[in-house]
Ligand binder design. Structure first.
Ligand SMILES: [Zn+2]
Length: 120
């Protein structure tokens, strides 16, 4: 990510897709030069357009707070928990519709693990 200079994000969050955008990734970090928090949201609309929003300071914080409920999991959690494969801890459900109209139900956790519960 970039502010006064280029630097590595402190953590990367994967966000739920919305009606308009998918592949939504929120990076957060602190600028090593001015020490301000920086948040960068990158998302792709279903038309294929890349949307990038980069904010710093209080605006970065406000963006993080507004996106907090949309976080699926963070890269840091995956690194800590990648030895596990089954959902663990606090779980939530995801329903995915397949092309043939079937619905697959998954249990997911905040560490990126998911398990097929049922398919109908
Ligand atoms: Zn800076």
């Amino acid at each position: 990510m970039r502010h006064c200079c280029k630097f590595k994000p402190d953590d990367i969050y994967y966000l739920k897709e919305t009606n308009i955008c998918s592949n939504r990734i929120l990076s957060i970090g602190f600028c090593p030069i001015c020490q301000k928090p920086v948040a960068e949201l990158v998302e792709y609309s279903f038309t294929g357009a890349l949307n990038r929003i980069s904010l710093s300071g209080i605006n970065a914080q406000n963006m993080m707070i507004s996106l907090q409920d949309e976080i699926l999991y963070s890269a840091r959690e995956i690194n800590f928990r990648n030895a596990k494969s089954k959902p663990y801890g606090w779980k939530y459900g995801i329903n995915k519709e397949c092309k043939n109209g079937k619905i697959k139900q998954y249990a997911c956790d905040f560490y990126g693990n998911k398990e097929l519960i049922k398919s109908k």
